[in-house]
Design a protein around this ligand. Sequence first.
Ligand code: ZN
Length: 458
Amino acid sequence: MSISTLRNKTLLASGFHAPVPGEIDVLTDVLIAVDGEGAIRSVLKPAEEGYEAAKQAAIASGTLERLPEGSYLLPGFVDCHVHAPQYPQLGGALDVPLEVWLQTYTFPLEARYADLAFAKRAYSLLVEDLIANGTTTALYFATVHQDATRALVDICLEKGQRALIGKVAMDNAESCPDYYRDVSVDAALEGTRALIDYVRMHPENGEGRVKPVVTPRFIPSCTDAALEGLGAIARECGCHVQTHCSESDWEHGYVLSRHGVTDTESLDRFGLLGRHTMLAHSNLLTASDMEKIRVREAAVAHCPLSNAYFAGAVFPLRAALEKGLHVGLGTDISGGPSASMLENCRAAVTVSRMLETGVDPAAGATDRAGGQPARIDFRHAFHVATAGGAKALDLPVGQFSPGYRFDAIVIDTRAKAGSIRLWGEFDSGEGILQKIVFTASKANITTVWVDGDVAGRE
Ligand SMILES: [Zn+2]
């Protein structure tokens, strides 16, 4: 693929996007004009007035680019839950429950990021790999370390990935090891403020492509004083907030016994539940938790692969979408063993069907089912992986509409090393997207743009 920047150019392409949950908008030979800042100026379909004139004008000025036959344009993926420091253990440490996983594997690994050289090496590889997988926006938990978290900010800016990054706050000596935690409430709060300032004043971040995030790891790892202070910072700075919410029985039960209420209720009391809050997992929400999240316009990051390993329950995605909650999709690296949003789309579909039908063969066909309609299909999965996640984060990406940023990927269905095979006489329309969602892989992703510029390895 020889197309480089699309700024001040017009792209003639076929592809797909899903601004509305459950619906695919099939784009055939559309003209997408991108402005000098990387925003979409216009999207014209062949039947629309001005299409031919716009095409001829772009040809005459030498600014028309075309996707080759067999290549499809998709919005870039929005990964709503990534633990950047856990990338070295992706695909490992999946054999123990959450609380053991944290103490045995994860905290020791995250503590390694006190070493800046190690952090730079690991973060560079992660950001490059996520871009290669088509992830144009990522919401990152970093570690408690200031220098390493700043390095992650620098790396995302340098490689051109849109990112929201939080220095993890965890100061509770009762649940965090001495070798890996904020030494005091002040350290947690000052470290959070310092990162916000660093991101906002970064000379390379004039366009605000990287944003700071207030990041209490989860309630068990924070003292009440830290949660209160972080809520105040979130209010004062208008930042995004990310944390884990009602993920597993152990964690959910811990918050109930410490605060006497659910995670959602408790986060709300600390001022941590608002329009820019992303709650990872949220499997064990009560009906009133869901209602509170909806009213506060907060969002859930659904992490279907991770749920299978650490939650013991599956987030009811369909019910949440029907209630009108903002929901995005997350890989939860490394609680989920894949960095690919496509694989997580597949997992979202698979687990939703298991949630609906039940899985215990001994239960018998009628007793096995959970009782509630829970299944989603590729349309919903693709939506939450793109436009849904973007809306959840309140970012103008994830769809091809005027005013949105041009963050997009190209799927080459003819890539030799790829895993999708199309059959001319059988495949057409949104059926092609279904095949992309279920069978495409990294080798099929040939170009990744963020703000109209090519992102990734130099
Ligand atoms: Zn997580």
